[in-house]
Design a protein around this ligand. Structure first.
Ligand code: THU
Length: 134
């Protein structure tokens, strides 16, 4: 798919989806619900919320759910991501989740920040990724 064929990024729609899925979070321990929505290169939107566990280290971040839904619904490349906290404010993904987004979005995938969209190449500089293994 060429750049001109990529879907237009409707950031408001992504934000709305992220805020909605955030309300489904299972976060009884941290009481810090997170929601994330990603636009896939075929136009669909995939979402995820955090799912905590009494064994805290087993917690699944919202991005884990989003990536699982991406793959389970047919795969593809994520081109834009909005991650929010319980107030709907843009949230900075944790290090592990930056790696997850990089794997399925690459360096050009855009993440919404309070300063506007930034490419993953700036969110996770000098990233280790699939290219290192080829
Ligand atoms: N969390 C996410 O879901 N994604 C992130 O990128 C940062 C942190 C969750 C994990 C835990 O359930 C809660 O936020 C507090 O750390």
């Amino acid at each position: 798919m060429s750049l001109s064929e990529l879907p237009v990024i409707d950031w408001d729609a992504l934000h709305a989806e992220a805020k909605h899925i955030m309300t489904m979070a299972y976060a009884p321990y941290s009481k810090f619900p997170v929601g994330v929505a990603g636009l896939v290169d075929d136009g669909r939107i995939v979402t995820g919320c955090n799912v905590e566990n009494a064994s805290y280290g087993m917690t699944l971040c919202a991005e884990c759910g989003m990536v699982s839904n991406l793959i389970a619904s047919g795969g593809g490349k994520i081109i834009a991501v909005v991650c929010v906290d319980g107030s709907g404010n843009f949230l900075s993904p944790c290090g592990r989740c930056r790696q997850l987004i990089f794997e399925h979005g690459g360096a050009h995938c855009q993440l919404m920040t309070p300063a506007g969209p930034l490419p993953m190449s700036e969110i996770l500089p000098w990233a280790f990724g699939p290219d290192q293994l080829s």
